[in-house]
Ligand binder design. Structure first.
Ligand SMILES: [Mg+2]
Length: 161
């Protein structure tokens, strides 16, 4: 069950202190797309996410997108920053997280996984051995299945307290 708990929970990307993680030796960020950097099923990266990605790349963290979205959509978003991506990731499957680590040539201990869902981003990141950060989803409009999972997620997080 511990694999479902993020190392850190933040309200939004701007609450993540990149310098702190850099000083801890983190060098790469695996970033979810839907509801983490774009509103659900949109191709426009949210303003706050742009600021975050640009600051991260400047430090310079490596950033790799990891999404269950299609190749076409993931590529379109990754191209805006010329960063690598892993699409159709079937998160929490470990293989896709390892592929993202391979793209950045970093080990799990050097990488932070950031996403809005416990059962995909956080579970997968923890299984792979990365540091995990749960962010509040950008948008409430989601598939029914995701909504059901959210209900379960909030129960789990409440029980933790
Ligand atoms: Mg997401």
């Amino acid at each position: 069950m511990n694999l479902l708990y993020p190392d850190t929970i933040v309200g939004s990307l701007k609450d993540i202190d990149l310098t702190y993680y850099w000083d801890l030796g983190k060098r790469g960020i695996i970033l979810d797309i839907d509801n983490t950097i774009t509103p659900w099923h949109q191709d426009t990266i949210a303003e706050g996410a742009r600021i975050f990605i640009e600051e991260a790349l400047r430090m310079p963290f490596q950033v790799c997108l990891l999404s269950n979205a299609t190749y076409k959509r993931s590529a379109k978003i990754a191209r805006q920053y010329n960063i690598p991506y892993v699409a159709m990731a079937l998160k929490p499957r470990k293989k896709s997280f390892k592929q993202a680590l391979g793209n950045m040539k970093l080990s799990a201990g050097q990488v932070i996984v950031i996403g809005d869902q416990l059962f995909t981003d956080i579970w997968g990141g923890n299984r792979t051995g990365c540091y995990t950060i749960l962010v509040t989803p950008l948008d409430k409009k989601e598939f029914i299945w995701t909504q059901m999972m959210r209900g379960l997620e909030s129960l789990l997080l409440r029980r933790r307290k």
